[in-house]
Design a protein around this ligand. Sequence first.
Ligand SMILES: Nc1ncnc2c1ncn2[C@@H]1O[C@H](COP(=O)(O)OP(=O)(O)OP(=O)(O)O)[C@@H](O)[C@H]1O
Ligand SMILES: [Mg+2]
Length: 498
Amino acid sequence: MRRYVAAIDQGTTSSRCIVFDRQGRIVGTAQREHRQIFPKPGWVEHDPVEVWRNTEWVLGAALGTSGCSAGDLAAIGITNQRETTVVWDRTTGEPVYNAIVWQDTRTDQLCAELGGEQGPSRYADRTGLPLSTYFAGPKLRWILDNVDGARDRAQAGDLCFGTMDTWVLWNLTGEHRTDVTNASRTMLMDLRTLQWDSRICAEFDVPMSMLPEIRSSSEVYAEITAGPFAGAPVAGILGDQQAATFGQACLSPGEAKNTYGTGNFMLLNTGTTPVFSKHGLLTTACYQIGDTPAVYALEGSIAVTGSLVQWLRDNLGIISSAAEVEPLARSVADNGGAYFVPAFSGLFAPRWRPDARGVIAGLTRFVTKAHLARAALESTAFQTREVVDAMRADATAQHLDLELTTLKVDGGMTGNDLLMQFQADILDVPVVRPVVRETTALGAAYAAGLAVGYWSSLDDLRANWAADHTWTPDMLEDERTQRYSEWNKAVERTYNWS
Ligand SMILES: Nc1ncnc2c1ncn2[C@@H]1O[C@H](COP(=O)(O)OP(=O)(O)OP(=O)(O)O)[C@@H](O)[C@H]1O
Ligand SMILES: [Mg+2]
């Protein structure tokens, strides 16, 4: 009997495999971290071969912990860190260069050139995205321009491009495919037709023969050919943030979730018509089930949140694990006047300032490492407030039916009670975390299970969602306003640096 569905979550810091049952409960899980490679300031890479080996390893390990075999799996879903770009040889499978990670800013100058006289919004009406170092297209172009022989080999049809979903699927099945959500993060796809845009590809100087075939997010793509999962069908692909939206059952227009991981990503389901932001949000494909119309989302992407906690651990050494940040921050009553703006990759939504770099403002002799820990946590909540304000502004301007009455949250940082309370306080909105926190993997499992009839409809997914913990706002309006305006002052100090 095919009792379970598995999801592969190829993330920024680790690769996971989680096996779920029909109620969305976890029956087995395995995880392995990979190296973060920082060759120069602003550059971030992964070794795609290491990532693939880890992925293969976690498949076997997850089966081990769940006590099931590949024959018990109805389907496999893939979810992934988005935008991270790999180029490999079609025959040998060898990558021509490391994977260039979404946080990498090396294409800063290139993006300015691609914008030309029209600037960063040149492709916004077709792709829903501003020209930014964040997206895959410029990273792909960088590889073609800078890796010896790459352009010639690409023109000869010998190279494949993929985001991490495509790299994993290709290694599992030999098929060169992606889904609409991942394709929508390349800047090379027309958001309305859901096809590669030949004009943009020409202007980016990217040969279209390198690009994977774009499919829906929920259909059988291919069977796994070898390894622990051999014989099981891959039937779902969603970028990690779209997967979390799906896993949180934000399946109707007006429903939103916010994920607190390496970065923070809020997605608001806007239904089957793309809504274009006037306030610094992205428009993105949210999911497409088989041949039904695609559903779109407005997205607020924040580059640095959980990774700032890692930075406190790895670069400053003031904590030895991420969890230690909470007791350290709690040892003081407030931030002591310090504000930490982690513009390590410039600022993403809603400001989109590639010229910004990180700042700690408001330092005095009074400030201790505990205040800095607190300021670091608060920066996540303040950045989220900026995104929520942008969503509200777009909703008002475009008469969308969005009243944010509660915020559904997930991700590693939602284990931090101090942060979640501060988030509710700064938003003045209750924050609610579901029982299953692994919403990213769950969403990919849902997409795969729907495709093979393991779950019969979206209502099955809605029925699986249950609240675990709610944080209720408890801050006076004056205090909220004052702190947020001090935060804004600090953010302005980051501009015009790079
Ligand atoms: N108790 C905590 N307090 C604050 N931050 C935490 C805590 N526990 C974990 N984190 C942060 O959460 C992040 C990990 O969360 P999660 O596993 O959801 O990340 P992720 O973005 O999914 O990772 P990946 O990109 O690899 O998928 C790390 O950046 C870590 O610093
Ligand atoms: Mg993740």
